[in-house]
Design a protein around this ligand. Structure first.
Ligand SMILES: Cc1cc2nc3c(=O)[nH]c(=O)nc-3n(C[C@H](O)[C@H](O)[C@H](O)COP(=O)(O)OP(=O)(O)OC[C@H]3O[C@@H](n4cnc5c(N)ncnc54)[C@H](O)[C@@H]3O)c2cc1C
Length: 390
């Protein structure tokens, strides 16, 4: 019997487990496979250091700026303003194990090789999580059950809080870690928006390693085949000249879906249930960045769970404070703005984005405006809209 049982030890689940364990509660952290490398670009913004200051002393690759390209290769480059605000690029296998171990050190009990398959119910109440392990079926009982097992969560669907993702409300992405001599600027991450709803990226991981990937979004999923999009992207002459050799060693390759329309507000909590991270849609609809927001959701859910346990009330009425937690409200609001920005950028096969970046090449004030649109959440000004349409 545990106070809290968490399904999924990715960034969201591990952070949640850490917070609850630090307050002295008994937490089971269930994970299907700690050796799984989550398909991901692995770009993590500096905001993560607020939650994990320990990451500053780790050997993850530092990044000090970004470059954004439109479908016809108009480019905007942007160095981070403050050098202390460097971001990091990580290999998810190392990163996930690092933060998972922080949760274990705080007292969470990890149960690896446990695939969560269903809830355990009694008198129509959910009282635990059932898993399949190499040794057979196991059962973990808890007062609060947290769903943190990502996009493909089966448990989330069994709660009746949310429906299955529709193809038009997700992104599909494929990426690889390659090794070999290249011409990349090792200090920046690059995004390459496409003419269809989608983008590619190249994120350096060190002198000779980089993460390269490509994804489609929303109705772009219906128009473009992911494998074809990836193949076209990595072989495009403009991209290829950044890594022109023919013999790159593939360290790993994977593909996976991600939520594309922001947080599913209605699915966040129920009676003794919390849903966090990708399983609840905590991914930026414009950049696909979800590691930081998943950690924020895990952190908030952890604090709300502790509060509920302290007051002996784990009802949905008590757990709804998760949705009203200030950082969660902020993320929900920001992501809504980003959804409308995406629609605007991709109007007429990405022409708005292309025109914007073209204008930015000669106008510094537009450059600033575009960056705050991508990195913060400011919608484009009327003046910029008029210039784009002219
Ligand atoms: C291709 C791609 C590229 C991306 N690039 C970036 C990027 O560069 N930067 C960024 O910030 N975000 C990126 N994202 C988003 C980011 O990967 C996610 O937002 C983040 O990993 C979400 O964390 P999470 O803990 O909610 O879920 P996950 O990271 O998916 O973790 C879920 C965990 O649950 C486990 N699990 C799953 N099912 C079960 C089960 N039934 N039982 C037990 N355990 C289970 C999994 O093994 C995993 O450990 C990308 C996503 C994709 C698909």
């Amino acid at each position: 019997m545990f106070d809290v049982v968490i399904s999924g030890a990715g960034p969201a689940g591990s952070r949640c487990a850490q917070i609850i364990a630090e307050k002295g509660y008994k937490v089971a952290l269930i994970e299907r496979d700690v050796n799984w490398r989550k398909p991901c670009g692995g770009a993590v913004s500096s905001r993560i250091f607020k939650y994990y200051p320990q990451l500053r002393t780790q050997n993850f690759h530092h990044i000090s700026g970004t470059a954004i390209y439109s479908g016809d290769y108009h480019k905007i480059a942007y160095p981070w303003k403050d050098i202390r605000n460097y971001s990091i690029n990580v290999d998810r296998l190392e990163f996930d194990n690092f933060i998972r171990n922080i949760a274990i050190d705080a007292g969470a009990q990890l149960f690896d090789k446990n695939l969560a398959i269903d809830f355990i119910t009694k008198d129509r109440k959910r009282i635990g999580i059932k898993t399949r392990t190499p040794a057979g079926i196991k059962e973990y009982f808890g007062n609060i059950l947290v769903i943190a097992d990502g996009m493909s969560s089966k448990l989330a669907l069994k709660t009746d809080l949310r429906n299955k993702w529709q193809i038009e409300e997700i992104g599909l992405a494929k990426c690889a870690i390659l090794e070999g001599e290249n011409n990349l600027d090792k200090d920046i991450i690059s995004f390459f928006f496409r003419k269809y709803k989608g983008y590619g990226w190249i994120f350096p991981l060190g002198e000779n390693r980089f993460n390269i990937g490509c994804g489609t979004w929303l109705d772009g999923n219906l128009k473009k085949n992911l494998n074809q999009a990836f193949h076209e992207f990595i072989n495009e002459p403009f991209i290829k000249k950044m890594f022109p050799k023919t013999n790159y060693r593939e360290i790993w390759e994977g593909s996976y879906p991600l939520p594309a329309l922001g947080v599913k507000e209605k699915c966040l909590y129920g009676d003794n249930i919390l849903i966090i991270g990708d399983a609840a849609g905590f991914v930026s609809p414009i950049s696909g960045e979800g590691i930081h927001s998943s950690v924020v959701s895990g952190n908030a859910a952890g604090e709300i769970a502790c509060d509920a346990l302290k007051h002996g009330d784990v009802s949905s009425q008590s757990l709804k404070n998760y949705k009203h937690y200030p950082n969660i409200k902020k993320i929900i609001r920001n992501f809504k703005i980003k959804v409308s920005i995406v629609e605007f950028l991709f109007e007429n096969e990405g022409q708005n984005l292309s025109k914007m970046l073209e204008l930015a090449e000669t106008d510094e004030s537009i450059r600033g405006e575009i960056i705050s649109m991508f990195l913060s959440n400011s919608p484009p000004s009327k003046e910029l809209l008029l210039k784009i349409k002219s």
